[in-house]
Write a protein that binds this ligand. Sequence first.
Ligand SMILES: NC(=O)C1=CN([C@@H]2O[C@H](COP(=O)(O)OP(=O)(O)OC[C@H]3O[C@@H](n4cnc5c(N)ncnc54)[C@H](OP(=O)(O)O)[C@@H]3O)[C@@H](O)[C@H]2O)C=CC1
Ligand SMILES: Nc1nc(=O)c2c([nH]1)NC[C@@H]1CN(c3ccc(C(=O)N[C@@H](CCC(=O)O)C(=O)O)cc3)C=[N+]21
Length: 294
Amino acid sequence: MSALIDGKALARSVSEQTAETVRGLTERLGQAPGLAVVLVGNDPASEVYVGRKVRECRKVGMRSTEHRLPAATDEADLLALIEDLNSDPTVHGILVQLPLPDHIDAGLVLDAITPDKDVDGFHPVNVGRLSTGTGGLVPCTPLGVMMLLDTVISDYRGLDAVVIGKSNIVGKPVAMLLLEREATVTVTHIETRGLSEIVRKADIVVAAAGAPGLVKGFWVKEGAVIIDVGITRVALPDGTTGLMGDVAFDEVQHARAVTPVPGGVGPMTIACLLSNTAKAAALSLGEARHRLSV
Ligand SMILES: NC(=O)C1=CN([C@@H]2O[C@H](COP(=O)(O)OP(=O)(O)OC[C@H]3O[C@@H](n4cnc5c(N)ncnc54)[C@H](OP(=O)(O)O)[C@@H]3O)[C@@H](O)[C@H]2O)C=CC1
Ligand SMILES: Nc1nc(=O)c2c([nH]1)NC[C@@H]1CN(c3ccc(C(=O)N[C@@H](CCC(=O)O)C(=O)O)cc3)C=[N+]21
């Protein structure tokens, strides 16, 4: 029987540590660390996530401001808001909720965020720092994935890891972090041939494809550790909807450990956003500049 890696419990303990850090930062800053969350349009899933981020911020003693803009907002107006937030000394972290509407160039917007306030870790400077292992702000979901893996793995050297999905926000940064620990990493995507055989050899499986139930039980090696990042809302037979991961959860009892959906990576993403915001506040004080956050 595989062990369940409890993302909710781990997120709670990470947030308790952040609350402690925030107490000290609040004294040194003369104000609580502040996160600005920008939401363009009214995608219902995004609204739920943004609401949750703002609520969790308050719980750890940080301030948060929500900037809700209509779906038809001009790119120029959004860039002007980012500039204001960049120069606002009460704002330590800036998060622009993705996806953005099609008429806005997301790359341009993410590039406009000051790297030291980029709590998502999506700015090219932070991407570069991650790929050279020289510190910076690390994307929240990948950071959460590593913390979940760390609960069961202490030495990654030489382990075979497969990352399913090559997005800039999950797959690629997860691969970089695993490589940094000296795992042997294979990154797969829609064009990958023989995915099931690649997974079959892996000691670590990180599934981030957004394809519900993609990873079947017989793909998974006995004793592998599985992190399921995928979250897809699906219709259930009883007419309601539920969340489904990328892994056929019921078929992987022979794994060593697995994360559930929900209650796995999702809560850790938010906990890591809070800890990144605390780190950004420390950066504003000239603290922690060269510390790697993993
Ligand atoms: N728990 C959390 O906190 C978070 C969860 N998520 C969830 O994680 C999932 C991935 O998110 P994100 O990275 O943004 O998604 P993207 O759609 O940007 O990327 C998905 C990646 O998976 C690959 N892919 C899709 N289908 C398959 C398949 N059948 N076989 C192999 N590879 C496949 C795609 O390949 P290609 O590039 O070739 O198209 C792409 O590289 C989603 O379900 C999302 O909801 C995302 C962020 C945070
Ligand atoms: N700039 C930006 N940064 C992000 O980090 C970002 C984003 N845009 N856009 C969307 C994705 C998705 N994402 C999630 C956050 C929390 C849960 C989460 O808390 N999930 C819970 C519950 C989910 C539920 O009940 O709806 C769980 O899995 O247990 C999920 C997904 C962050 N994202």
